[in-house]
Design a protein around this ligand. Structure first.
Ligand code: IPD
Length: 273
């Protein structure tokens, strides 16, 4: 099994690196975009090209593998997770950043087998940050092993946080209450504009936790493997095991900090994809 995961991972990594060139051609911003589910949920031609490159290349090499890709699902494709090897792909996580030229965008590719995350690749080609992990083999930034921080209380934690891509009023209420909670109780809040990169900051030990209500499987599948392999926890924000299709995530450096957050966060349950 681990030999085949190595083979899958190597194939994906080479495709991700070459697809990164499509992103770096537009580091100053990509002003042509369309709206998806809201006026702050955006897509560019480059998102679509990167996704086509990855799905095309992987399905040619591994014809029985399945895919959950952000743009394919937006165009009416199925968002279905089975036991089959499934690539969960966000061609550009941080599309809003990409459009504006804010240099925190990445390709996020997770591989799940039997519904368990076994490999993750998060690549920001603009800043040359390559985060990778394979189950049981640790997490790496540009080939150097990374670990979560030791911070285990909210009052000492730096938390990554996002305002999200929908204008749903109930979600806004919960999001703003949670923002207030972490601003008033924690060390501080940071926002990279990409769920996958926020998760990688937790894996790196630069941030201590990240949570969001309203993300999608493609935003978090790769990051979840990377956080766990860096020694952190990745769960549902109410404390249950993570369900990648639930559109809810909480990751933290350790169980103590995760539990403090689960006990204090205002919960929100978005509609599933
Ligand atoms: C979005 C980003 C954003 C997060 C949203 C995601 P996209 O992904 O990760 O930071 O707040 O929930 O949907 O649209 O840039 O791929």
């Amino acid at each position: 099994m681990s030999d085949s995961i190595d083979e899958y991972f190597d194939a994906a990594l080479s495709l991700v690196k070459s697809a990164g060139n499509l992103i770096t051609e537009h580091t100053a911003g990509c002003k042509l975009f369309e709206l998806k589910s809201s006026d702050i949920d955006l897509v560019t031609e480059i998102d679509k090209k990167v996704e086509e490159t990855l799905i095309g290349g992987l399905s040619e090499k591994f014809p029985d593998h399945k895919f959950i890709g952000e743009e394919t699902v937006s165009d009416g494709g199925k968002c279905e997770l089975t036991d089959a090897p499934t690539w969960v792909i966000d061609p550009i996580d941080g599309t809003m950043n990409f459009i504006h030229g804010f240099p925190h965008s990445c390709i996020s590719v997770g591989l799940m087998i039997n519904k368990v995350g076994v490999a993750g690749i998060v690549y920001n080609p603009i800043l040359q940050q390559l985060f990778t992990a394979k189950k049981g083999q640790g997490a790496f930034l540009n080939d150097k092993q990374i670990h979560v921080s030791q911070v285990n209380e909210l009052k000492k934690a730096l938390i990554t946080f996002e305002t999200g891509t929908s204008r749903d009023v109930e979600r806004y209420k919960a999001m703003l209450q949670n923002f207030q909670l972490i601003v008033s109780k924690g060390h501080g809040v940071r926002s990279l504009g990409s769920a996958a990169l926020n998760m990688c900051m937790v894996a790196l030990g630069g941030a201590d936790a990240y949570f969001e209500f309203g993300i999608h499987a493609w935003d978090i599948a790769a990051g979840a493997v990377i956080v766990r392999e860096a020694g952190g926890v990745c769960i549902d924000p109410a404390g249950e095991p993570l369900d990648v299709l639930s559109r809810r995530v909480l990751c933290a450096s350790n169980v103590e900090l995760a539990q403090e957050l689960t006990q204090n966060l205002v919960q929100f349950y978005p509609e599933r994809d």
